[in-house]
Design a binder for this molecule. Structure first.
Ligand code: PHE
Length: 451
């Protein structure tokens, strides 16, 4: 077996696109995006978000895919191969740690969505006040820990089967299901009474909000997380790409699908939210999905089915992301330490579970973890803050420096143009990677450091 066969590769271009879009599309799109639009003032946030996606995130996505494919390695090995004798591999190591760190809290939230499929279908969600149910449920430590374990076990079972037989097959099955569910839900939400107020809020910009610099940093951070950038997920997925497939075309597909799904999720959440009397998108915060929307499920005919379908959608979206988070450390152990895939999957899953437990216990089950002494936040929130607000942007700045200056735009362009692939806007891409990306992402990092 040659080394590429041992590592695995995508079976087709569509397989790659669905897997990479699956990584990108996740809780960040269906939960995070509408929540941030709500807090960030509606349509203005949406516009700023789109600018961030196309000007900053799409170029980084292409850079990550190019690094992966040129080196045929996951992040640590990739930078060792491309920049031998330097210490740039540390950027990849940060990504490997981020994979475990992000998965540890992401799996807990994904576990909540799994429980909510059941709560909706069984009618529990509509018989108990939603806020009370959420508080009681998340405080049940053994239950939420067990649910996180189920998510991790499902993730591991998929990765166990490898790149093509596991990741690609699962994405091919789950992504179309996700898409159909979302379209059906949007159609239902748009026909609810009051839906038009939600659409106006979502689509009509309020110019007074444009001057708020926090909108830009939140939008960029959200776009970055949503496209799974800054931790080498896309380096790893790029390393399984065939040279015959164009990176630019693949990246464009991923960006368009990820953005379309986030926008579509808004067409479910806002019309549905505004159909509830007294709904305030800005004050609902993270409770939007778990406590606000359930009130709607209780009041509409067939609401328990609508609710169950909605949470099933979240579970599917989460799973195609958790597999990509786990794949980064797994691929690292395979590439750099010669582990078998099965051993790597088992070890990283166990480690992640150990780290997930305090997150699962930090919503009421343990008083100390729920309010960490001196920090005023819970363990899960601390993890989300550290990895999303510091580690990912740091990884993003360093990656644009690596590609823009150390490896170099010319080498990267050679990869982007491999086998005669067309690469329109090559100079613009180089300029964005060298100047705009590090400055813009560095800006959000600085904002996070300054508090
Ligand atoms: N992009 C995923 C989401 O939107 C989360 C993710 C981040 C996945 C980083 C992999 C790497 O939910």
């Amino acid at each position: 077996m040659s080394s590429t066969e041992a590592r695995g590769s995508w079976g087709s271009r569509v397989g790659f696109i669905l897997a990479a879009a699956g990584s990108a599309i996740g809780l960040g799109n269906i939960w995070g995006f509408p929540t941030r639009v709500g807090q960030g003032g509606g349509a203005v946030f949406v516009l700023v978000y789109l600018a961030c996606v196309f000007l900053v995130c799409a170029p980084i996505l292409m850079a990550e895919l190019a690094v992966g494919r040129a080196s045929r390695r996951s992040p640590v090995g990739a930078l060792r191969v491309l920049l031998p004798g330097t210490r740039w591999w540390v950027v990849g190591a940060l990504g490997v740690l981020a994979g475990v760190g992000i998965l540890s809290f992401y799996a807990v939230i994904a576990g909540w969505t799994l429980a909510y499929v059941y709560f909706s279908a069984s009618g529990t969600l509509t018989s108990v006040p939603a806020g009370e149910l959420f508080a009681r449920f998340t405080a049940n430590g053994p239950l939420t820990t067990g649910l996180a374990l189920i998510i991790l076990a499902l993730t591991a079972a998929i990765l166990w089967k490898g790149v093509q037989g596991g990741i690609e097959r699962a994405s091919r099955a789950m992504m179309p299901a996700l898409f159909v569910l979302l379209v059906v839900l949007a159609a239902r939400a748009l026909t609810l009474p009051g839906a038009s107020a939600g659409i106006a809020y979502y689509l009509r910009p309020d110019p007074s909000k444009l001057l708020d610099p926090r909108i830009v940093s939140t939008a960029l951070g959200q776009a970055f997380f949503s496209l799974s950038l800054g931790m080498g997920t896309m380096i790893t997925y790029g390393s399984y790409m065939r040279r015959a497939d164009s990176i630019a075309v693949g990246a464009l597909w991923v960006v368009v699908l990820d953005t379309a799904i986030a926008l579509l999720a808004g067409f479910v959440v806002f019309p549905a939210g505004f159909s509830i009397p007294g709904f305030d998108p800005a004050s609902s915060g993270t409770g939007l999905i778990f406590t606000v929307l359930p009130r709607l499920f209780g009041s509409m005919p067939g609401g328990h089915l609508f609710g169950a379908a909605f949470f099933l959608l979240l579970v599917l979206a989460a799973l195609t992301s958790t597999i990509s988070l786990l794949e980064v450390p797994v691929a690292y152990l395979i590439d750099e330490h010669g582990w078998t895939r099965h051993r790597a999957v088992a070890a990283v899953t166990a480690l992640t579970f150990v780290l997930a437990t305090p997150s699962a216990l930090s919503n009421g089950a343990s008083a100390a973890l729920t309010r960490l002494p001196g920090l005023g936040m819970g363990f899960l929130d601390l993890m989300a803050h550290l990895w999303n607000d510091f580690a990912l942007p740091l990884g993003g700045v360093l990656l644009s420096v690596v590609v823009g200056y150390a490896w170099g735009i010319d080498c990267a362009l050679d990869e982007l143009r491999a086998e005669g692939a067309r690469m329109p806007g090559a100079r613009l891409w180089g300029g964005l990677i060298r100047y705009l990306c590090p400055v813009a992402i560095g800006g959000i990092l600085l904002g996070a450091v300054l508090g």
